[in-house]
Design a protein around this ligand. Structure first.
Ligand SMILES: [Zn+2]
Length: 298
């Protein structure tokens, strides 16, 4: 891991911890929390708490309750802390789409992922492969009915940004993903739209997240600019936890939930120490308390 240049962290940063209630917290989430809270503590800033429940089909209230409870148990979040929830921001997302449409065409799209893959003559449809939307519906003027997605036209611009850990980056969203999906065919606002709107409206100045999300940063900066954000957030992408076969730790892969570690009588400091070690912030799995995470970054 490259050294972290702390002089580049803005004073009093507002970072955010933004889990999706689609499963239980595991060590990969805790690693991200350690980066968020550690940097906020070291810089005298704060962590905004956000429930990313934009995907209504996959989110469950019981997972949300469990996530909040696990974070309280870890000592990261005080009892009764205020969370913002994406499902409460529907009107803001709707307004954002109207705003985006004043700058470049927004249009209905009836393509499924399979249609796009076929169009690209992809020989296999892998859930995690990025499919570049070829613009099939751009000129069709389809009605924006239920069952149609909504996309915004992207220009050819390249977005440059300086990742606080990974250094200078250049991305051309139109070449990576094509016209960006803002609302999907089931009526859900997309992750890309929601986080861009939220980070701008909620004053997040430093986005701290796993390096698996690096490819989507350029399009989020582009959306934020189009939405009128004068000074885009800074970004830091940190190493993600991987399983023995090198894949990112995930609930689909059976990562151990924090609740199970609690049940196995691991204490909070041991869980934080294990996650800090596995994300490269400690030389060994030494216990560390939540209010000491800033010391990992000084
Ligand atoms: Zn389409």
């Amino acid at each position: 891991m490259p050294p972290i240049d702390l002089t580049r962290i803005p004073p009093r940063p507002v970072t955010r911890f933004a889990p999706s209630p689609t499963g239980y917290l595991h060590l990969g989430h805790v690693a991200n929390a350690i980066w968020c809270w550690g940097i906020a503590q070291a810089g005298g800033g704060r962590v905004l708490l956000r429930i990313e429940d934009h995907d209504r089909g996959r989110c469950r209230p019981e997972f949300e309750r469990a996530i909040v409870e696990d974070l309280e148990w870890l000592g990261l979040v005080p009892r009764g802390a205020r969370w913002v929830r994406q499902s409460d921001q529907e009107r803001a997302y709707g307004r954002a789409v109207i705003h985006l449409g004043r700058q470049s065409p927004v249009y209905a799209c009836c393509c499924s992922r399979a249609d796009i893959a076929r169009r690209l003559r992809a020989d296999r449809l892998d859930e995690w492969d990025e499919l570049r939307y070829p613009g099939t519906c751009r000129e069709l003027s389809l009605p924006p009915t239920d069952g149609a997605g909504i996309r915004v036209t992207l220009g050819p611009e390249t977005v440059s940004f300086d990742d606080l850990l990974l250094g200078p980056q250049r991305q051309t969203p139109a070449e990576q993903c094509g016209d960006l999906l803002l609302r999907d065919a089931t009526g859900n606002w997309t992750y890309q739209l929601c986080v861009s709107v939220d980070d701008s409206r909620q004053g997040v100045s430093l986005v701290v997240r796993g390096e698996d999300l690096l490819a989507s940063t350029g399009r989020q900066i582009m959306l934020a600019q189009r939405l009128g954000r004068k000074e885009p957030a800074l970004f830091l992408h940190h190493p993600v936890l991987r399983n023995a076969s090198g894949r990112k730790l995930s609930k689909q892969d059976g990562a151990t939930a924090i609740r199970e570690l609690r049940g196995a009588e691991m204490n909070a400091e041991a869980v934080l120490g294990e996650a800090a070690y596995r994300t490269g912030l400690l030389p060994g799995p030494f216990p560390i308390a939540a209010d000491r995470l800033g010391s990992l970054f000084r």
